[in-house]
Design a protein around this ligand. Structure first.
Ligand SMILES: Nc1nc2c(ncn2[C@@H]2O[C@H](COP(=O)(O)OP(=O)(O)OP(=O)(O)O)[C@@H](O)[C@H]2O)c(=O)[nH]1
Ligand SMILES: [Mg+2]
Length: 459
């Protein structure tokens, strides 16, 4: 399944840095290090899991490439469960490249992206979902998303999935014995018993799926789109929330023609905030395209922030926009309250028929923190305490759990229809198989390739 050769790569980001790390893993790691490292002690005498000062020297020319700290780590107590050498050198790209080239010349192969983690998986140190958590951890943009990744890396998701899978397999074994060896003296399993057992497993899987929406938001963030008629202050809001003057603001209606997006972070939740062209009937070709893009952005958004101009009041256009939104998650802002009095605001609120809204003046900065709190509340009811629970964050895992659930449902229907148990067991087998693909107990080479190719080089 994998070539047992020795791999090497630069494990730190490209570009100049204080230190850079080159990692070598495989049977020849020590042999290579022995040839290129000159330390106080003979390499063979260096104890495992120690860090050692010395020089990297080209054995042929005798040229010194750098002064380094080298860690020697003997298998199996290493990340890949193979012999590992890490060379901490100075962080210039030329130094790193020269040392890497020397390692390759001495017999290592340049690692593929994610290959160190792949070896950790293939050698049984971590399972597939844990390997994927390593990618998430590297890519996480907020504290919450890194906490979720760490909990997955610790194997919290894997344990639940493995548990559900082994219960299914136990059940399958029981069914098989009942069907194939009725003469054996074990308790015969009935359709009702199977129904009850897989029902319980289904419940547990459904709970995990429920955490997906929150998990996805914590990992990828919320897509929030700001919409409204032209000139209500959408671009001003984007600029205010992001603290940049990214979007052009003028008092000419129809200023924004294209989608403008910015990433911000509200109470630990990453938010992709999208400013759009104001929605109105228009003959202007460019603006028309902009309005079409606005509609598409609304379709794809997790949250719509609709702005109403307090000065102009609610009109037909606002109503049309509101009905168009369907059941999208919505926050309504009554903006420019600095220009009107209480009576005018009340009038708009009464026309909104009890829909919750926030009064803002983007110009004066009022109502912005209420908006931020409303966003947080909508998506994270209460405090996020990722450590206490597992969060499903990965779409591949979600799809597989969904498929396992529908296989279990099919099995339950078959039992309802009084089908024989050996037929029911086909769907249960499918369910177990889908779950196995999450942890990697039953996974194809293609899927594995797909997963590990998402990694950066050197991890
Ligand atoms: N008085 C007042 N003016 C505001 C407020 N918010 C925005 N404005 C002004 O309203 C005008 C339009 O603001 P924009 O942010 O460009 O509005 P927009 O919704 O992006 O407009 P389009 O891109 O044309 O759809 C600008 O002159 C802003 O300075 C506010 O709360 N109070
Ligand atoms: Mg604008």
């Amino acid at each position: 399944m994998y070539k047992e050769d020795t791999i090497a790569a630069i494990s730190t980001p490209h570009g100049a840095g204080g230190v850079g790390i080159i990692r070598i893993s495989g049977d020849k790691a020590f042999e290579i290090a022995e040839r290129i490292f000159r330390g106080k002690k003979d390499f063979k005498l260096i104890r495992s899991h120690t860090i050692n000062y010395g020089k990297i020297v080209n054995p042929e020319s005798g040229a010194v490439l750098d002064e380094v700290l080298l860690s020697k780590m003997e298998k199996p107590k290493t990340f890949t469960r193979e012999d590992v050498v890490e060379i901490n050198c100075h962080g210039g790209m030329v130094v790193l490249k020269n040392i890497l080239e020397l390692c390759i010349k001495e017999g290592a192969r340049l690692a593929e992206p994610g290959e160190f983690t792949k070896r950790a998986f293939l050698n049984g140190r971590i399972d597939l979902s844990q390997a994927e958590a390593v990618i998430d951890l590297i890519n996480s943009k907020t504290n919450e998303s890194s906490k979720a990744a760490i909990s997955q890396l610790e194997g919290k998701l894997s344990r639940k999935i493995k548990d559900a899978r082994s219960k299914l397999i136990e059940l399958l074994a029981h069914i098989e014995v009942t069907v194939d060896y009725p003469e054996h003296d074990i308790e015969e399993i009935t359709g009702n018993m199977v129904y009850e057992e897989i029902g319980k497993i289904k419940e547990k899987l459904c709970d995990i799926v429920k955490s997906f929406e929150r998990g996805r938001i914590i990992r990828e963030g919320i897509d929030a789109v700001i919409i409204g008629k032209p000139n209500v202050g959408k671009s001003s809001l984007l600029n205010e929330l992001s603290g940049k003057s990214k979007a052009i603001v003028t008092d000419i209606p129809g200023t924004t023609r294209d989608i403008i997006e910015e990433y911000i972070n509200i109470n630990g939740i990453p938010l992709r905030i999208i400013d759009t062209a104001g929605i109105r009937e228009t003959e202007d070709v460019v603006e028309k395209i902009g309005v079409e893009k606005t509609h598409r952005a609304i379709d794809e958004a997790d949250l719509v922030i609709m702005m109403i101009d307090a000065k102009r009041g609610m009109d037909e256009d606002d109503n049309r926009i509101l009905t168009m939104l369907g059941d999208k998650k919505l926050i309504i802002l009554i903006n420019k309250i600095d220009l009107v009095d209480e009576k005018q605001i009340n009038e708009i609120e009464s026309l909104l028929k009890g829909r919750k809204c926030i009064r803002t003046s983007v110009k004066e900065g009022t109502g912005i923190s209420e908006l931020e709190n409303a966003i947080t509340e909508l998506f994270v009811q209460g405090e996020v305490s990722v450590n206490e629970e597992i969060l499903l964050t990965n779409i591949r895992h979600k799809n597989l759990i969904d498929m396992a659930i529908s296989s279990i449902e099919k099995a339950m229907e078959s039992i309802d229809g009084s089908m024989p148990l050996d037929l029911v067991s086909i769907d249960i087998t499918d369910a177990a198989d889908y779950l196995g693909q999450i942890t990697g107990e039953s996974v194809s080479e293609d899927v594995m390739h797909e997963i590990f190719s998402k990694f950066c080089l050197g991890k």
